[in-house]
Each structure stands twice: as C-alpha cells, then as structure tokens.
Ligand binder design. Structure first.
Ligand code: SF4
Length: 222
C-alpha cells in the first residue's frame, strides 16, 4: 500500500470571518501552521523518512466548505506522502505546535486512529481549531512498505546507469534539459513527476525481444 495524507482545519464560521478581516487569534495560527507544513519543502534534509517524495502544500484559503456554522479548510491538493500520522506529525506539525504553544495555544488529541488518522484541537482566547490528518489510500497493494523511488536532479550526474539497470525499462534518458527549479526540493522527482514526461525514444535494445518490447512501449506511450 502507498499511503499519503490530507490535512484540513475546521473552525467556527464567526472565527473564520474574523480571520478574513485580519482579526482574532486565527491569523497567527495560520501563519505558524503554514510555516511548519511548508518547512520540509524548504529544508528537505530535516525530514525523516527521505524515501518519500514530498508534495507541496497549497494553502489556498478559498477552498473552504461551510456547513452548520463551521468552516472546513483543506490545506493540500496533492496528498502528502508519509508512512503514518506519527511521521506526519514529526515532519509537518511538531514545530508549528511548539511555536503556537509558546504563544498561548493549547493542543489536545481528540481522536487517535494511528496510523491512519488523528485529530487535534487547538484553542486560544475562546477560538478553537480542529486539525485533522487523514490517510488517502492510493491503492498500490504490491508496495507494502509505502516506499517510492525518486530521482534527485540536484545530485544526478546523468550517467544513465539507472536506465541500463532497470529491467522494466521504466526509465529512459531524454534530451530534456529544462530541469531548473526555484527550490532544492523541486529537483526531486517522484515516479508521478517522472511519468509526466512521456516516452520519446525506444529504450536501447540488446536482443530482439527487448526491441519489440521497446517498440510496443513507445507505441502505447507508456
Ligand atoms: S542517471 Fe540514474 S544512476 Fe546516474 S546519477 Fe542519475 S539517477 Fe543516478
């Protein structure tokens, strides 16, 4: 199985309205929380479990849903890759919660379904925020440890050994040189990012079967 997680916040509508007006305790809460969850993108070396590709958080506060006087805010679009809610907490929430505790916020765990889900409640000055981390099962039953390969183009020397070594022709060298990124983490490609670039050439053939396989693969665009 490959697991990834979603994080969402829930607040009372009146506090959310205060927040959109720049009032109340929520602005500092969002500021510190978003600093924490985007930290691994800026300093990937600080993240435990480095075999997981990181996905960028999109703090789009327009993606809210309202029901029964409460507002739910989804903080990410792409799922965040982690082994369980414990590593999610260590990598993304720990620093934010510490910083917010110093500013008078208190935190409680109100539901713990380790390793799949956890819900925290944070409060300060009568304002309460629920922070939910939920597993999004990406359903790869053959991947039991939820490890994924990745190519770090900040370290890759384009030797091509991985292309030669892969028995499934999953990789190929291409003439694409446009790999620049504004962040170090943006150079780390997970399988989904690599798959975004379609096959442009046949893999090198060492025997007729390989040649047929390569031709088929290029034909099917896989
Ligand atoms: S081409 Fe493949 S094997 Fe060579 S450095 Fe890059 S990722 Fe590693």
């Amino acid at each position: 199985m490959v697991y990834a997680f979603d994080i969402s916040l829930e607040v009372e509508e009146k506090h959310y309205n205060d927040f959109t007006a720049g009032k109340g305790s929520l602005p500092e809460f969002f500021e510190k929380l978003l600093e924490g969850v985007s930290g691994p993108l800026l300093e990937p070396g600080s993240v435990a479990g480095g075999s997981h590709p990181l996905q960028g958080f999109v703090a789009d506060l327009k993606r809210v849903s309202r029901a029964d006087g409460r507002v739910r805010i989804s903080l990410n679009i792409d799922a965040v890759w982690e082994h369980n809610v414990g590593t999610f907490y260590n990598n993304y929430l720990d620093d934010s919660f510490d910083a917010l505790t110093e500013r008078g916020w208190s935190f409680n765990i109100i539901e713990d379904k380790f390793p799949d889900a956890i819900t925290y409640e944070a409060s300060k000055d009568g304002c309460t925020v629920r922070i939910s981390v939920q597993k999004r099962d990406l359903k790869y039953p053959q991947n039991k440890k939820s490890y994924l390969p990745q190519v770090d183009y900040g370290r890759c020397v384009f030797c091509g050994f991985c292309v030669d070594a892969c028995p499934f022709y999953a990789l190929e060298m291409t003439p694409d040189v446009e790999l620049s990124s504004i962040s170090r983490q943006g150079l780390v490609y997970n399988p989904f990012m690599l798959a975004g670039k379609k096959v442009s050439t046949n893999p090198p053939s060492t025997n007729p079967i390989d040649a047929i396989y390569g031709w088929l693969r290029a034909k099917l665009g896989q």
